[in-house]
Unconditional design. Structure first.
Length: 138
């Protein structure tokens, strides 16, 4: 199969497939006499796997390790489970950080809205220091 057909089958761009090759996630395929890459069905399966785990938030280095496990004849589940747990922990930490950020943005917006009711308005976000501390000092 040529790269364009593989790209359509897996739902990736041709550039993404070449990127995975350059980063050793996908072995370089043999070429035809005309210089075209020739992919096997196993390459399509590997690319589908890469796409799926990348969608779960795994980085390229993590995907490389998962591919090594996938290539193991035993295909042990415990190391994969451990990686999934770590990824879930990362996501949960990021959610906590995002909720804190959302809270801080709401406070800043509330402060701006209060200031806009005054004449002349001076943006509390643009003032020196921490606007939340200034707000709490009132």
């Amino acid at each position: 199969m040529q790269i364009g057909i593989v790209a359509k089958k897996v739902g990736l761009s041709v550039d993404a497939i070449r990127f995975y090759e350059r980063n050793a996630l996908l072995p370089r395929p043999p070429r035809t006499l005309g210089g075209f890459r020739q992919y096997a069905e196993s390459d399509v399966e590997t690319l589908a796997f890469i796409r799926r785990v990348q969608g779960l938030g795994f980085k390229l280095s993590e995907i490389r390790a998962l591919l090594r496990l996938r290539g193991n004849r035993l295909q042990p589940c415990a190391p994969v489970r451990r990686r999934l747990e770590e990824k879930l922990s990362d996501v949960q930490r990021k959610l906590i950080d995002l909720h804190k950020l959302e809270h801080d943005l709401r406070l800043a917006l509330r402060s701006c809205n209060r200031e806009l009711r005054k004449r002349p308005a001076h943006c509390p976000i643009l003032r020196e220091g921490n606007p939340q501390k200034q707000e709490g000092a009132k």
